[in-house]
Design a protein around this ligand. Structure first.
Ligand SMILES: Nc1nc2c(c(=O)[nH]1)N[C@H]1C(S)=C(S)[C@@H](COP(=O)(O)OP(=O)(O)OC[C@H]3O[C@@H](n4cnc5c(=O)[nH]c(N)nc54)[C@H](O)[C@@H]3O)O[C@H]1N2
Ligand SMILES: Nc1nc2c(c(=O)[nH]1)N[C@H]1C(S)=C(S)[C@@H](COP(=O)(O)OP(=O)(O)OC[C@H]3O[C@@H](n4cnc5c(=O)[nH]c(N)nc54)[C@H](O)[C@@H]3O)O[C@H]1N2
Ligand code: SF4
Ligand SMILES: [Mo]
Length: 726
């Protein structure tokens, strides 16, 4: 006899008619999951599945990956290039030749009239490594603008800057396997279960085998905080104070690794002098974490045989983002936790190829972690590309966040945006709108023509997306993984690689240089350039990457596998071979809640959506979880304002206003609200985004707002329904 659920029909997975599976790497987050896309007999992509033999995800995918094959045919995909004279005119369809000719002639006109740097290029962390390399070659070697950067300035710039300051180079030293060895995990400003679900699953796997303490520092009670052994609900923007104080306790109680400090670090005296000022009592009054907890965490961390720190945007997106990263590195250096199994400073990266752009795009320098400031590097690359080294500037130009104000000030007249949507992702979007309207010429190159920023363009170039093309991504643990070409680009859209190399042909200097046609040929070029360098790819090939389901750099020629950890020999990239301990005085310069604007506005992400929803907003099975702009609000605070669960509320900041639905939850304290930044015309109308002085990354997560019930609930509901769009 059958009972209960045995009586019900078992779940049937519909037969999608897959006749072939093709190997790819997920194009959303930086976890780097290997995915196979299933094709039916008509060549249509109909399914996605995790790859069992891949070390990263071991057959698993999160819900974004499971539906990833749907993004090829979503509404709003670009079909053909579009052009218009004024951004408020209707677009007219055009062919590639006309569109590319127009872009090339506008670049030349603007540069001739206003100088080479008056045309800016802003790219992304979401195209392939080969495309990044080719764009860098075009921007630095052909067009020759120094105002060329990526939206990684919104994301990873603080990590890059902090790694360089501490270790002498960028490059995350650790890997996911460190979870298997660590005896203490500290996670700062990272909501791993939602934002990197498969890295989190790897952590859970390690915890099932062996218990070790998890300490989460986040002002919200996130999913991660809920499973932590210790949760520190820190006052926003004050992590540096806590980090200095942890170091204070460790040094005061003699818990440091003296031998490591002496053998592998410099500048100890200056550093120890500064942290003396951050005793736990003083620190507790600034960061809101009590004295005993600070001592307890410091002791737990320092006494663990191996301890590791991971962090994401709660650290990077701050006015002291770069200092926060250095503070984490300081902590790991004084406890001897760099380059050993389970002991590391591991920045969890963000976009699928946030690492690839750092390595190869030439945004902040020249390919392969080379610097514009180095004569040797300039001459090596000039020779390799066959151009005059004097063509290169001798230091990097503006960061993305400084390019927008330079447009405002009239110094930059033309802009090419590639795979980024600042009308939703930058702070103070009403200012961004005015800035985009001010441009003489804007080109938007995106996989979707309905991306909000395209409203302000003169030319739209439709790009192929993800597995409509071929190439590599580098994930959080330096693993280079491959996406094979699965299906043809939608309609007349073209790969970013094709667009860049066609553009190069329209410039005299570009005609003299070699721009390979295929991604694999470009890979060979960057492989050659990587030889003997920290990020050595020379032992890799496409086939080998696919066979091994990703390879971690460095992988030197003749080597079968990659390298899981950096700096295991204690040798760093500073000239003296040592890591630098850096004193970090705290300056509190955030906009803070006050009488007029009494709430902290915090922002970030939810598991089901990716960024500005150009993709996940249109996948029905994903969008249904949160189709409406909303905020998390504490029930006590809401009661005082007469706001109920499901009501609409109006938020006002010194920049603008937004109306959102209210979700009451204890996840946020009474003086804070949290809004996922995925929705257009929402949190970034309000946010301030003060910049970090080293990395120029915006403090997206800290500003002040006023909240009131929306006076007309019904029209607020209608407005928000319209914002759902799909
Ligand atoms: N589902 C999904 N996954 C993604 C993305 C996505 O859009 N959707 N985007 C990818 C990208 S590009 C990135 S960069 C990552 C981001 O990944 P995460 O950084 O993990 O995600 P966020 O939600 O932006 O922010 C993390 C936490 O920082 C906390 N925080 C805010 N202020 C502070 C502070 O002052 N101190 C501390 N310690 N914490 C603070 C917030 O409360 C939040 O819980 O996610 C990647 N993965
Ligand atoms: N308030 C607030 N704002 C934030 C953040 C926050 O936490 N809070 N986080 C910041 C962070 S960390 C990030 S990374 C940024 C992200 O900000 P953006 O990068 O501006 O956001 P995306 O929606 O990822 O935009 C990527 C665009 O690339 C397109 N695209 C995808 N694949 C391809 C391709 O292969 N080729 C081309 N040409 N186009 C493609 C997509 O359609 C999309 O329009 O947002 C930042 N903004
Ligand atoms: S965890 Fe990240 S890489 Fe893996 S399937 Fe999800 S979105 Fe893709
Ligand atoms: Mo990001």
């Amino acid at each position: 006899m059958l009972f209960g659920r045995d009586k019900k029909n078992p779940i049937k997975i519909a037969d999608k008619g897959v006749i072939e599976w093709k190997y790819t790497t997920c194009g959303y987050c930086s976890t780097g999951c290997s995915i196979e896309v299933g094709l039916n007999d008509k060549g249509e992509a109909v399914a996605s599945r995790g790859v069992g033999g891949a070390d990263v995800n071991r057959g698993k995918l999160c819900l974004k990956g499971i539906f990833e094959h749907e993004l090829f045919r979503l509404p709003g995909r670009g079909k053909t290039p579009l052009m218009r004279d004024k951004h408020y005119d209707p677009f007219r369809k055009t062919g590639w030749d006309e569109a590319l000719d127009k872009v090339a002639s506008e670049i030349k006109r603007i540069q001739a009239q206003h100088g080479r740097d008056s045309f800016a290029i802003v790219s992304t962390g979401q195209i392939m490594t080969e495309e990044f390399y080719t764009l860098g070659k075009l921007a630095r070697g052909v067009i020759g603008t120094n105002n060329y950067d990526g939206n990684t300035t919104l994301c990873m710039a603080s990590a890059v800057s902090g790694y360089k300051r501490s270790f002498g180079s960028d490059g995350p030293p650790g890997c996911y396997d460190d979870f298997e060895h660590t005896e203490c995990l500290l996670a700062i400003g990272s909501n791993l279960p939602e934002q990197h679900p498969i890295i989190f699953w790897r952590l859970r796997l390690a915890l099932e085998k062996r218990k070790f303490p998890i300490i989460v520092i986040d002002p919200r009670v996130t999913m991660f905080a809920q499973m932590a052994d210790i949760h520190l609900p820190i006052t926003p923007g004050t992590d540096l104070v806590l980090l200095n104080s942890l170091a204070h306790v460790i040094l005061e109680e003699g818990l440091e690794d003296r031998a490591y400090i002496e053998a592998h670090t410099s500048n100890y005296d200056e550093f120890s002098k500064l942290v003396k000022q951050y005793d736990p009592l003083t620190a507790s009054r600034i960061c809101g974490i009590d004295e005993d907890t600070i001592r307890n965490v410091a002791r737990t961390y320092a006494k663990a045989g191996a301890a590791m720190t991971i962090w994401t945007m709660g650290i990077n997106q701050s006015t002291h983002g770069s200092d926060g990263v250095v503070g984490i590195n300081n902590l790991n250096l004084i406890t001897g936790n760099i380059g050993k199994p389970g002991g590391t400073s591991l920045s969890i990266t963000g976009q699928s190829n946030a690492m690839g752009t750092r390595e190869w795009s030439s945004c902040s320098g020249l390919p392969g972690y080379r610097a514009l400031e180095s004569e040797q590097d300039r001459s090596d690359i000039a020779q390799f590309w066959g151009i005059d080294p004097e063509f290169f500037p001798k230091k990097r130009g503006l960061f993305q966040t400084d390019i927008f104000p330079a447009i405002e000030a009239g110094r930059i007249k033309g802009l090419w945006l590639i795979a980024t949507n600042p009308m939703t992702s930058m702070t103070n979007t009403s200012r961004i709108r005015k800035i985009l309207e001010k441009l003489d010429f804007l080109v938007v190159q995106d996989a979707y023509e309905d991306v909000e920023t395209n409203e302000y363009s003169h030319v739209y170039l439709p790009a192929a997306v993800w597995a409509e093309k071929e190439g590599c991504f580098t994930n959080t643990e330096r693993r280079v993984n491959l996406t094979r070409n699965v299906i043809k680009p939608n309609a007349d859209s073209k790969s970013d690689l094709w667009i860049f190399s066609q553009m190069a042909k329209r410039f005299e200097q570009g005609q003299k240089m070699h721009f390979p046609e295929t991604a694999e040929a470009v890979f060979e070029e960057l492989r050659t350039l990587s030889k003997g360098r920290m990020l050595d790819y020379s032992g890799m090939s496409y086939d080998k990457i696919e066979q091994q389901r990703g390879i971690q750099w460095p992988c030197t020629d003749g080597n079968e596998t990659g390298t899981p950890r950096l700096y295991s020999d204690g040798k760093f990239q500073h000239a003296d071979g040592k890591a630098k301990l850096i004193p970090l005085p705290f300056v509190d310069n955030n906009e803070r809640p006050d009488k007029e604007y009494p709430f902290w506005l915090n922002s970030g992400r939810v598991v089901e959506h990716f960024h500005t929803r150009t993709r996940t907003g249109k996948v029905g099975n994903i969008n249904k979880f949160s189709p409406t702009p909303y905020m998390e609000m504490n029930p006590d605070a809401a009661r005082e304002l007469g706001i109920e669960h499901g009501n609409y509320a109006r938020l006002t900041s010194r920049r603008g206003d937004a109306v959102v639905m209210v979700q009451l939850t204890q996840r946020v304290p009474p003086d804070m609200v949290f809004i996922p930044f995925h929705y257009h015309e929402c949190v970034n109308r309000l946010a301030l985004g003060l910049l970090d002085p080293h990395s120029r990354q915006p403090a997206f997560k800290q500003c002040a707002v006023h909240i009131a019930p929306a006076t007309d609930q019904q029209s607020a509901a209608i407005r928000n329904k319209a914002a759902r769009a799909y």
